[in-house]
Design a protein around this ligand. Sequence first.
Ligand SMILES: [Fe+2]
Length: 269
Amino acid sequence: MLKLLFLGDVVGEPGRRAVIDLIPIFKETRGVDFVVVNGVNSANGRGITPKISIDLLRAGAAVITSGDHIWDQKEIIPYIDTEPRLLRPINYPPNTPGSGSIVLDTAKGKIGVINVQGRTFMNTPLENPFLAIQAEVERMRSETPVIFVDVHCETTSEKIAMGRFLDGKVSAVVGTHTHTQTADEQIFPGGTAFLCDAGMCGPAQSCLGREIDPIIQRFLTGRPILYPVARGPVRVCGALIEIDERTGTATKIERVSEIWDGSAAQPHQ
Ligand SMILES: [Fe+2]
């Protein structure tokens, strides 16, 4: 049995610190074999830098996924072609820097990871995510049946459709981007584990990881305003998925949602 831990959008320095602290603890206490982290908001809430990518990989993340803010830190453009474990969404046009998928050799066999971005209510005009992922899953299944998909997407409908579309073809489909964890974890009839949104790894007392008052002011006034990443204890959200590595079928999925304040030996609910 393979235990895969996925952690949702890491928000800024507080989120990074919590995830870097907790990956080794999760590996030790929960027997996690493989960790995937969404790092698209890890640089002050927007994008990811080469240094942050290195820090997350050193902490024990095997693969970093991303999404709509992947290009926000300019230095990531020359870096992304040098680090295949940092993914950008697969449904960019041909010749876009970086890659949207990877297969890694592990002690429990080959594990594939694909990052795809939805289009509904998203600003980036990307290629059709369903067609893009269909082609990649077909190619990847000739290498391994163990495939994890991060679908970075605004709407529940697009994420659920993606999960159902891939049922029986991949091990798990978990959504990101909304920073709000859903409670619909399940295993579909074909054996694919699903969670519509993993939630974020970011400050617990916040609006999606940002300071509360500026966000409320933005809604009250309708005017643009700076909204810094919030501080304080972090809620670390994601999913722990058990997969039969011989068939790629998921046997269990449970949500992770725990508070980490950096002082206790263990995270708590
Ligand atoms: Fe996003």
